[in-house]
Design a protein around this ligand. Structure first.
Ligand code: ATP
Ligand code: MG
Length: 448
């Protein structure tokens, strides 16, 4: 079995430590699934029939964190690796579609595995017993199928987050969702409204960075629109424009999949054309236009990312990328320096990636534009390598120099620096101290 190939020593120690004391101990859930798929697991979960107090005393020589003790979880630090050890449990009734009203310990591994969401997450493994597979998880894993353990309707009613987890796992693993499970997802998606935004946020980011995100957006946009409502209108919205052979939703799905799996980029692509349906107009020739859609999409991005409790930096970055996504950056130094000044190097480079992904989701005859954008990228690198001036800190003089030639401290200093910088970027002034001071002196008398 593949599971033990990359097993860290700490995990083997934890398992044998429990077994030596007469308890059952199995690896369970994501770590078994990922190991069988040949992927290195992010974290290691152990399930055991030992009660939390027994786990604590079995590991009394190790640092123990018992943050989840009311749910039966004890986290043990073995050689700095946190290993989560959870007592076999049955979840009680779920009155809020999210939290079991009570958690009950059980001596049965089968019952513990039965409470888990999907068959591929309900596998357990130990060095002494090998793979325990009560629900056909191994076959589903081999066939790339995501299927609920038990009745999908009931499982989603117990915990609505599972609806989004299903879609997220399908995207990340590239699995298809079994028909009964898929039907229940579509039928019960509205209950996602009861899930806290922070949980939705985490799942959304993983989903967007998944390898099968394009298909997932196309087939499960109704699920996404329960927390990002404007997505609904994008579906089937034809663009009536020669650049576009796809609907707004199809174009968006392709654009998301065309950029690196980095949260900010993928979020930007998801939102970039969200304002299009409301900004649509047809000209006399029957060609569709979407004047002002980038601004509206940026508003949607800001408002919805805030609602989903994204952090400030992400909201600001994604909103800027969406706002500027359809700008034209002429392939000339002055223009590129202007953009460097406006956005800074990091953000501008991300914007080029957004523009490239957008281009690759157009009709194929327009893909050549991606090469032009690449040229802009080369130009940025050249400007940086040659340490050309595009921001106030690159200017050969600073505020103190201006005060030194008698410009009073305050707003005028900033205004003059800005004028000089514009002159340098536009190549009307050299970035040299003497020349800049000369011009500053002249501006002193002519600007207020
Ligand atoms: P990843 O860590 O890659 O997100 P994972 O499967 O490890 O995937 P976790 O959220 O870490 O997911 O959960 C660990 C295990 O706990 C899952 O594999 C599954 O067996 C079980 N589980 C987690 N969340 C739920 C849930 N909402 N309903 C039922 N079982 C769950
Ligand atoms: Mg996990």
């Amino acid at each position: 079995m593949l599971v033990d190939q990359k097993l860290p020593n700490s995990v083997t120690t934890a398992l044998s430590h429990l077994e030596e004391r007469g308890f059952d101990a199995y690896l369970v859930g994501g770590c078994v699934r990922d190991s069988l798929l040949g992927k290195q697991p992010d974290d290691w979960d152990i399930t055991t029939n030992a009660w939390p107090e027994m786990v604590r005393s079995a590991f009394s020589n190790y640092p123990v964190i018992d943050t989840g003790i009311q749910h039966g979880t004890v986290t043990v630090l073995i050689g700095h690796l946190p290993v989560e050890i959870t007592t076999y449990r049955i979840d009680g009734a779920y009155s809020d579609h999210r939290h079991p009203d009570l958690v009950q310990f059980t001596p049965s591994l089968r019952q513990d595995l039965a409470r888990r969401d999907f068959t591929v997450n309900a596998l357990a493994w130990s060095p002494s017993s090998g793979l325990i597979d009560y629900f056909g998880g191994k076959t589903d894993l081999e066939q790339g199928v995501l299927r609920c353990v038990g009745e999908p309707e009931k499982r989603f009613e117990e915990d609505a987050l599972r609806i989004l987890r299903a879609v997220r796992f399908a995207s990340v693993l590239g699995f298809s969702i079994e028909a009964h499970t898929a039907a229940a997802i579509h039928a019960q998606k509205e209950s996602l409204r009861e899930i806290p935004p922070e949980r939705i946020q985490k799942e959304l980011v993983k989903l967007l960075c998944g390898r099968d995100v394009e298909n997932i957006i196309l087939n499960y946009y109704d699920v996404l629109s329960t927390f990002i409502p404007p997505i609904q209108k994008m579906a089937g919205f034809e663009q009536h424009n020669p650049h576009h052979i796809y609907s707004v939703l199809e174009h968006t799905a392709r654009a998301v999949a065309s950029c690196r799996p980095e949260p900010a980029l993928r979020l930007a692509m998801l939102f970039h054309d969200m304002g299009k349906p409301e900004r649509f107009s047809l000209d006399q020739r029957g060609i569709g236009h979407f004047y002002g859609h980038a601004g509206l999409s940026a508003q949607y991005a800001k408002q919805l990312l805030e609602k989903l409790r994204f952090d400030r930096a992400t909201i600001e970055l994604v909103t800027a990328l969406v706002k500027w996504h359809d700008s034209v950056i002429p392939l000339e130094k002055k223009a590129v320096k202007r953009w460097l000044n406006r956005l800074g190097k990091e953000k501008l480079e991300l914007l080029l990636q957004v523009m490239t992904a957008d281009t690759l989701a157009l009709a194929p005859e327009y893909h050549a534009r991606a090469t032009e954008i690449e040229q802009t990228g080369f130009m940025i690198r050249k400007i940086l390598e040659e340490q050309e001036c595009f921001s106030l800190k690159d200017l050969a003089i600073n505020g103190q120099d201006l005060i030194g030639i008698g410009i009073p401290e305050g707003k005028q200093v900033g205004d003059i620096l800005q004028l000089l910088l514009t002159g340098v970027i536009e190549e009307k002034l050299p970035n040299e101290r003497e020349a800049l001071l000369y011009h500053a002196d002249w501006l002193k008398g002519h600007s207020k």
